[in-house]
Design a protein around this ligand. Structure first.
Ligand SMILES: *Cc1c(COP(=O)(O)O)cnc(C)c1O
Length: 377
C-alpha cells in the first residue's frame, strides 16, 4: 500500500488508467452508484430480536439480526459502504477486478455487489474457509484464491491487484472510514431507533465482536457522538491479538495462528480496529462461543455463526454482573450471520472433537446462568 510521508494512505487512485472526465466513465460511475444505492433502497431494516430472560431480573437482551441482509451477514452493510467509497474515490473502474482479503463473509457480500455493477471479483482467503462460503462467492460470480498462511492474505491481495490493474478493497484498512458513523441508518442508528418503544431504550451495553473492527468503531463513535451512556464491549476469540493489543496499548500486537471463529479475531492490530473508542474487552474461549451459539438455538430456535456465540457469551457475563449489582437495563448483541454456513463446524460434534474443544462445562455454565443469573467463575 502506497503511503505519504505522513503515513496517510494514498490509496490506489495513483494508477491513472482511466480519464476521469471521460463522459463514458462518468456515465458508468453514475450508473454503478445508482445500482448500489438502489439495492439499499429495496432492502428493509434488520430485526432486533428478543432473547428471553427471567422476568424478575429486570434486564432485556436483544440480538440485532444481521443474517437477514440479501447476502446473509453484517458484511452486506460493509460491502455496500466499501463499494460506494471505492466508486466515489475513483478507485473502482469499469472492467477492472475488485480484489479482497477475506475470511469469507465480506467476500460473499462483495461478490454480490461486484456482480451488481458488472466488475469481476476475486476473493483471497484462507484455505480453511468453510466450503459453503466459497460456494456462495462462486454463486455470485466471484473467484476464490486460496492461501495457506492467513497472514499473507494482505500482500497477496495487493500483488493480485497490481498484476490485474484491479482494486484491492482492503476491508481491514477502510471499514472504519467507509461507514457513515454519525448516522445515515448505520447499524447503531438502527438499533437506537428500534429500541425507542422498549422499557430501557438506552442500552447499558452494546456488545460487538471484531473482525475488521469496523462495526465496533461505528457503534462506539455513534454512541459518543449522540452522548449516550451506553458502554461498548468487544469480546475477542482465542488466537486473536486484539485483546492483548487493547490491554497493553500495543498497536504492534500479533498472534501466530488464525482464529477458529470465522469472521472475527485477527493476527494483527487492524487499522480499522479503533481501541480508544471501546470501553471494555473480554477474552472468550472458543468452546464457550460454541456453547453459547447452541444455547441460542434452544432459546429462540435459530442457528447462527460462531461469532454470534462469542458476543452472546459476553452479553451473558455482562448481564450476570448487572444481576449481581441489582442493575436494571438492556443489553444488545449481534446475530452476525446464519448457522447454516457452519453445519460442519460449530454444529458438528466431530469437528469439535477434531479441534479438541469440550463445550460441556461452558454449556453447563450457560444453563446455570439462564436459570439463576449467576456466573460460575
Ligand atoms: C466481520 C464479521 C464480524 C465482525 O465485524 P467487523 O465489523 O468486521 O469487526 C463478526 N461476525 C462475522 C460473522 C463477521 O463476518
Amino acid at each position: 500500500m502506497d503511503t505519504t510521508e505522513h503515513g496517510q494512505v494514498r490509496g490506489p487512485a495513483a494508477t491513472v488508467d482511466v480519464d476521469r472526465s471521460d463522459p463514458e466513465y462518468r456515465a458508468w460511475l453514475k450508473e454503478a452508484v445508482r445500482k448500489v444505492q438502489a439495492d439499499a433502497n429495496r432492502s428493509a431494516d434488520t430485526h432486533l430480536l428478543r432473547f428471553p430472560l427471567p422476568e424478575e431480573w429486570g434486564i432485556d437482551l436483544y440480538l440485532k439480526d444481521e443474517s437477514t441482509h440479501p447476502t446473509g451477514s453484517l458484511k452486506h452493510r460493509l460491502a455496500r459502504s466499501l463499494f460506494l467509497y471505492g466508486l466515489c474515490n475513483g478507485w473502482i473502474r469499469p472492467g477492472k477486478p475488485v480484489i479482497e482479503a477475506s475470511s469469507g463473509s465480506t467476500a460473499v457480500s462483495e461478490a454480490y455487489f461486484a456482480k451488481l455493477i458488472g466488475v469481476p471479483f476475486i476473493a483471497v482467503m484462507p484455505r480453511t474457509t468453510s466450503p459453503e462460503k466459497c460456494r456462495l462467492i462462486e454463486f455470485h460470480g466471484g473467484q476464490c484464491h486460496f492461501v495457506d498462511d492467513s497472514r499473507t492474505m494482505y500482500e497477496q491481495s495487493a500483488a493480485l491487484a497490481a498484476e490485474t490493474g484491479g482494486h484491492y478493497m482492503d476491508q481491514f484498512t477502510y471499514a472504519e472510514r467507509a461507514t457513515d458513523w454519525r448516522g445515515n441508518n448505520n447499524i447503531a442508528e438502527s438499533i437506537y431507533q428500534q429500541l425507542r418503544l422498549e422499557r430501557y431504550p438506552e442500552p447499558a451495553w452494546i456488545v460487538a465482536t471484531a473482525g475488521t473492527g469496523g462495526t465496533s468503531a461505528t457503534i462506539a463513535r455513534y454512541v459518543h457522538y449522540l452522548q449516550h451512556d451506553t458502554r461498548i464491549c468487544v469480546p475477542d476469540p482465542e488466537n486473536s491479538c486484539f485483546f492483548d493489543g487493547w490491554t497493553h496499548h500495543d498497536p504492534h500486537a500479533t498472534s501466530d495462528c488464525g482464529s477458529r471463529i470465522e469472521g472475527i479475531g485477527r493476527p494483527r492490530m487492524e487499522p480499522s480496529f479503533v481501541p480508544g473508542a471501546i470501553d471494555r474487552m473480554m477474552k472468550v474461549p472458543d468452546a464457550a462461543s460454541v456453547a453459547a451459539v447452541r444455547a441460542l438455538e434452544r432459546a429462540i430456535g435459530r442457528k447462527a455463526g460462531g461469532s454470534t456465540g462469542t458476543g452472546l457469551w459476553s452479553a451473558f457475563k455482562l448481564i450476570a454482573e448487572m444481576v449481581e449489582q441489582g442493575e436494571k437495563g438492556s443489553v444488545v448483541t449481534l446475530l452476525c450471520d446464519p448457522g447454516d454456513r457452519y453445519l460442519d463446524k460449530y454444529y458438528s460434534d466431530s469437528w469439535l472433537e477434531e479441534q479438541g474443544l469440550d463445550i460441556a462445562p461452558y454449556a453447563a455454565a450457560v444453563d446455570d446462568f439462564l436459570s439463576t443469573g449467576t456466573w460460575p467463575c
